[in-house]
Design a protein around this ligand. Structure first.
Ligand code: NA7
Length: 539
């Protein structure tokens, strides 16, 4: 191994990433008495909330569930200011956690991991970073996030653009002066929607290049005062239990009665109530068969489309904002704040790329079939290489020099419980593919469960006197089959989106996340643990 430093740092565990996962994994490994090195590409902690500092960035999960549960003191001390916190607040929270538990001393910043190699003789991993330094460890945890590798489409002429171009997840720390500028934005997913509704009043003009519209729900985001926070704290013990019992890791469960078997008056009343509630409950916590039955998702689509029409002045624009190629809930449903009204503004233009596609970008703007759109700033809200991107962008080599990215490319993705891969002993993934965490979960709920599982597993290996663990190939095949069977029932599998890898050219199409729900997933994980990791091989 060629490294800059002669002396390779030796630790028990390396954790990649200092976001929600990395901080908690470090805390938990320390409790086991492990020497840990966290490697983080950014200059500070925060992960998603460090990188995604674009205007309007905020969680679509509620603050009461978008947090850690491991410390009563932390739960007592931290005061959430609103129901759906903005990026700055969540980033501040994670910094607070890092300081409170003195985590930063074991985190190396500016350290982007580019390779990790397993040595069968020593049963250790060598993890290297772009600056050439290396760390040797027994346990290797990839916690670099499921949505962390930006997807910037290769549009002809982009390199010629003379203005400012930026991907939303690489928004500069000093911000971008947008006042009065001519801005173009490509992408209308959850991110694009947040940017568009936020910057429209500030910019000179905003041209939105939309390929696929989404069904979005109006966010109801009240501020919290001390009274509200006390009420919320009293509910924490119940919420902490509940998050692991609901399909999506939030605190509300869905009605399991078939939608069309519920009395019409009752279900209409329920939809209206959920609409006013203004959260993802309308989607994930309404009716279970919304995810399975097309006529149910069509009924939801109609409900939402009617409301979009009510809010957009120009019927021709409203029509473009209503999806034609998919039904409600079959792609990630964003929350919005006056997003649809944004299109009533004189300074906002919607370009429907289906009828007016982008031809190329030139020095001064974007050229579509209908002509030239002058822009000073071009924003790419074009999403991520989700689920697998963070794993395949690192050169990970397991036993016999096998290479993870090549294997997945050739054979498709294989994992056991989305936590481990056969042939890669002592490597663990958090938010990896084939787990609810990869898309269908309130992320902190799933991260905490996975980190707890990994910590227990590592503890077991050490107590057993073994040096390494990996899942059997049969276990991996079994999990893959179960994953695919579950996916086959879900409507999301039939729709193009990052959920199925369809947003990345050449990426094999397969539902990335496990859609059996959080309780079912956790039961599988618990069973493996309780069996003494019966489907794993020990060295
Ligand atoms: P998404 O949801 O993947 O959205 C990306 C958007 O960018 C979407 O509207 C895409 O259109 C559009 N896109 C991507 N490539 C192109 C090209 N080449 N031309 C035109 N438009 C393009 O990413 P987000 O960042 O919004 O959200 C990701 C997740 O982060 C979100 O679901 C939350 O969980 C948090 P398309 O739909 O592919 O037609």
């Amino acid at each position: 191994m060629n490294t800059q430093n002669d002396k390779i740092q030796e630790v028990d565990a390396v954790v990649v990433g200092a976001g929600f996962t990395g901080l908690y994994q470090l805390y938990k490994f320390r409790q086991l008495g492990l020497k840990v090195q966290v490697l983080e590409a950014g200059t500070a902690v925060g992960g998603t909330w460090y990188w995604n500092r674009y205007p309007g960035a905020r969680t679509d999960s509620e603050s009461r569930v978008y947090q850690y549960w491991f410390s009563e003191e932390l739960l007592d001390e931290w005061n959430w200011s609103e129901r759906f916190p903005a990026q700055e607040e969540t980033e501040r929270y994670l910094n607070y956690v890092a300081k409170k538990f003195d985590l930063e001393k074991d985190i190396k910043f500016n350290s982007r991991v580019n390779a990790a190699t397993y040595d069968e003789n020593s049963k250790r991993w060598t993890v290297t970073t772009e600056d050439g330094s290396a760390v040797s460890c027994q346990f290797f945890v990839m916690g670099a996030g499921g949505l962390s590798v930006p997807n910037t489409p290769d549009i002809p002429g982009v390199a010629d653009f003379k203005g400012t171009k930026v991907h939303t997840s690489r928004w500069p720390h000093g911000g971008i002066d947008l006042a009065g500028k001519r801005v173009g934005i490509i992408g209308t997913g959850a991110t694009g929607i947040q940017v568009i509704q936020t910057i429209a009043p500030e910019v000179g003009s905003l041209t939105v290049f939309q390929r696929t519209p989404n069904y979005a729900i109006p966010m109801n985001n009240p501020k919290y005062d001390d009274t509200e926070r006390s009420k919320m704290r009293a509910e924490y013990p119940a919420i902490r239990e509940q998050v692991n019992k609901t399909f999506g890791g939030h605190f509300w469960g869905a009605d399991e009665r078939p939608f069309f078997e519920v009395d019409q008056e009752e279900r209409e009343k329920r939809l209206k109530e959920l609409w006013v509630d203004g959260s993802l409950q309308f989607w994930v916590g309404s009716y279970t068969d919304l995810f399975l039955e097309e006529d149910v998702s069509k009924a939801f689509s109609k409900f939402v489309a009617d409301r979009i029409r009510d809010r957009v002045d120009d019927p021709a624009v409203a029509k473009k904002l209503i999806p034609l190629d998919h039904e409600f809930g079959t792609r990630r449903v964003p929350l919005e704040t006056r997003y649809y009204e944004t299109y009533n503004r004189d300074n906002v233009t919607l370009i429907d790329l289906n009828e007016d596609p982008i031809d190329h970008v030139d020095a001064t703007g974007v050229v579509t079939r209908s002509g030239h759109h002058d822009v000073d700033i071009l924003i790419f809200a074009t999403g991520f290489d989700a689920g697998t991107g963070a794993l395949t962008s690192v050169d990970i080599r397991g036993r016999d020099q096998r290479q993870l990215s090549k294997e997945w490319d050739k054979n498709g993705i294989n994992t056991y419980l989305g936590l481990q891969v056969s042939g890669y002993p002592n490597m663990f993934m958090v938010m990896g593919p084939m787990t609810p965490a990869a898309a269908f979960c309130n992320v902190p709920t799933c991260i905490q469960q996975q980190v707890d599982w990994i910590t227990d597993c590592v503890s077991f290996v050490r107590n057993k006197g073994s040096q390494a663990i990996e899942p059997s190939r049969e276990a991996e095949v079994g999990w893959g089959q179960h994953h695919d069977e579950t996916a086959a029932m879900a409507l999301v599998t039939k729709t193009d989106s990052w959920y199925t890898g369809a947003n990345i050219e050449g990426k094999p199409r397969r539902l990335l996340a496990y859609i059996g729900g959080v309780p079912a997933y956790q039961a599988h994980c618990d069973k493996e643990k309780d069996s003494g990791y019966a489907h794993c091989i020990f060295y």
